[in-house]
Design a protein around this ligand. Sequence first.
Ligand code: SAM
Length: 175
Amino acid sequence: MDHRDHVDLIRAGVAGAGTAWADLGSGDGAFTLALAELLGPAGTIHSIDRDANALERQARAMRDAFPGIAVVPVVGDFRRPLVVPPLDGVVMANSLHFQREPGAVLRLVRGYLRDGGRLVLVEYDTDHGNHWVPFPLSYRTWTAVATLAGFRETRKLASVPSRFLGSIYSAVSVR
Ligand SMILES: C[S@@+](CC[C@H](N)C(=O)[O-])C[C@H]1O[C@@H](n2cnc3c(N)ncnc32)[C@H](O)[C@@H]1O
């Protein structure tokens, strides 16, 4: 996948939702960069990862590609409460699949969102994990998990084939 694929995966979930977003488990920033392109200069992105080195690499890439976008890097663990302002949206791309039981993390995420705020998930479309992707959630499973965590209107946005684990989908849910 390249930058265009990342943008296309989340575009419909981000459009029209407001400008305050967080990327949880943002890593090297593939989807932080995509968010930056979609939000434009009005956007603020709270970029959270427990890997400080990845956040530094990401900050360099952001400065090169989108110098005008406000990114707030936070070295932190999204399993614990984070200090963020009320958010219009949260992206979790390839980061929820490290949770055997995602409910507690999703309750925290829901609490960061304003009413009507959006959660955009990007995940492998399978329920069968492996060493690198231990607990992926297929779209079918995600619809049930998101509903249980108090989200509504979950819908699939896009899907791309992946040599690893078949395909990757994006989905949006509303608080
Ligand atoms: C597979 S990478 C995905 C990075 C990026 N979102 C993407 O899709 O390219 C997973 C990232 O989630 C981060 N991560 C996993 N569990 C985390 C946690 N509990 N708190 C914060 N970051 C976490 C890892 O450090 C890693 O950078």
